[in-house]
Design a protein around this ligand. Structure first.
Ligand code: PLP
Length: 492
């Protein structure tokens, strides 16, 4: 359908908006419906998309039909199809109708919720969503706005990486407020933690490079790839003895490589023994935390009452389109204190009264999207029971794949299954790497590789993360067939 380009001054003309939404709804359903039959990833070469895009912007506006043609010609062929039910790589980004609807409404409203006063409902909806999620996940009262004794609360960050950076800035400020020298601040996490922790240290000026360990301690792990509590204690004590200022420990619930779950209870109890020198504790449950919507999985967060900060990403495994990282803090004033700066043009009576939350002080950016809308729609659409069914279904599928691996003569589990993540390997590292390459070269499914230390050996593993919204039994059967074919080709 060729609609004439709207004059630039009529960018929100109702007729063209209706036509565009109608046409794009059709396009979306066609695209999503095509995913089963598409290769999950194409063999893209650098520059392919650039070659297909016009080199210069159009002098006059073009039509929706033109944009869709270019979308189909230049963009879609050069994508990895993250919404494919055959996508098992990394941690998938689960999407859903209510989340897409929420994104749409958020785009239509297009408010900037930087201050409470710049859109009160956006801030208060976000506060309520964080409290709803705290309730669903069984989190302690100190993370909630609606608990009388709480001085904490939560916000939506764009990503878990931003959450851990906020925690580091807040923990550093708590130290400097107590007179500790900023140049002495130290950070602790395990060798299995996500790279975003070290990146936060680089951004905050604790490390110049990823290898700079002058103020970042990567703590070794036990046989299950969980942070070793005794080594953590010793590292903190050693730094204190040397006049450093341990500020933050980042523990992971569901590591990226294998889904290992650090022992928060023991870490928290050990940290308490440092009394006034206790560093703060941030829990990164970016992927696995979503499982806590099911009461039977809440024990993965056992000990969470010790945590000062926590993040969980519904954009990974809770049917909420990217981006949506839930970030809770025990002490919101400590966080705000690390980032608040108020030029005259942001002053307003509501903020001055101290009675409102101004989320601009909870992260680096000033402006912020109304991300809570999509989460609100998701929770309303599925209800707690629908979200539980989604998580349980994926775990059932992971169990199915796990048993298939166990029975396969050429494959072994690399680590125990963690929720919906299954890590497996072949007898040698070369074979495992070749297996992953062969599986991905097929285009039929996509999985991802990693390397972890198992029994003192650097071991190549293949990761299958079940999390795509529409994945079902037939996709696991197909995955098994593709992995079986690849394994046979490797041993031949
Ligand atoms: N933490 C863990 C455990 C992850 O697995 C990931 C990404 O996969 C991240 C943090 C980073 O997530 P984000 O992309 O939200 O920054």
């Amino acid at each position: 359908m060729h609609t004439p380009p709207p004059p630039a001054t009529k960018g929100l003309d109702p007729a063209s908006l209706t036509a565009a939404l109608h046409r794009l709804t059709e396009w979306s359903n066609t695209y999503l419906g095509s995913l089963e039959s598409r290769s999950v990833r194409t063999n893209m070469a650098p520059g392919d998309t650039l070659d297909r895009l016009p080199e210069h912007p159009p002098q006059v506006g073009t039509t929706l039909a033109d944009w869709i043609t270019q979308l189909d010609d230049a963009i879609v062929p050069n994508l990895v199809h993250w919404q494919s039910p055959n996508f098992f790589a990394y941690f998938p980004c689960s999407a859903s109708m209510p989340a897409i609807a929420g994104e749409l409404v958020s785009s239509v409203l297009n408010v900037n919720a930087m201050l409470w006063s710049t859109s009160p409902a956006a801030t208060e909806l976000e506060m309520r969503m964080l409290d709803w999620c705290a309730e669903m996940f069984g989190l302690p009262a100190h993370f909630r706005f609606d608990s009388p004794s709480s001085i904490g609360g939560g916000c939506i960050q764009s990503t878990a990486s931003e959450g851990v950076l906020a925690s580091l800035l807040s923990a550093r400020r708590s130290q400097t407020k107590r007179g500790r020298d900023r140049s002495k601040i130290t950070l602790y996490t395990s060798t299995q933690a996500h790279s975003s922790v070290v990146k936060a240290a680089m951004v905050a000026g604790l490390a110049d490079t990823p290898e700079d360990d002058s103020r970042v301690r990567l703590i070794g792990t036990d046989g299950s790839l969980r942070m070793d509590v005794e080594r953590l204690r010793a590292a903190i004590q050693c730094d204190l003895d040397n006049g450093l200022a341990p500020a933050l420990v980042v523990a992971t619930v569901g590591t990226t490589a294998t889904g290992a779950i650090d022992p928060i209870e023991q870490i928290g109890t050990m940290l308490d023994s440092f009394g006034e020198h206790r560093p703060k504790l941030h829990i990164d449950a970016a992927w696995a935390g979503a499982a806590c919507v099911c009461p039977e999985h809440q024990p993965i967060l056992a000990g969470i009452e010790h945590a000062d900060m926590l993040c969980i990403n519904p954009h990974k495994w809770l049917l909420t389109n990217f981006d949506c990282d839930l970030y809770w803090v025990r002490d919101r004033a400590a966080l705000v204190d690390s980032m608040s700066i108020t030029p005259e043009y942001l002053r307003n009576d509501a903020s001055e009264s101290g009675a409102v939350i101004d989320y601009r002080d909870w992260h680096v950016p000033l402006g912020r999207r109304m991300r809570a809308l999509k989460l609100w729609f998701v929770i309303q659409h599925f209800g707690i029971e629908g979200l539980q069914a989604h998580i349980r279904h994926h775990i059932t599928l992971a169990e199915k794949f796990e048993s298939w691996v166990v029975d396969h003569l050429a494959l072994q589990l690399a680590t125990g299954r963690s929720l919906a993540l299954v890590c497996f390997k072949m007898p040698t590292n070369e074979q495992t790497k070749a297996l992953v390459d062969a599986v991905n070269a097929s285009g039929e499914v996509m999985i991802s590789p990693s390397i972890v230390e198992i029994s003192g050996e650097r071991t190549a593993i293949a990761r299958v993360a079940i999390g795509a919204t529409s994945v079902d039994h037939e996709h696991i059967d197909n995955l098994c067939a593709v992995v079986d074919r690849a394994a046979r080709s490797v041993v031949e």
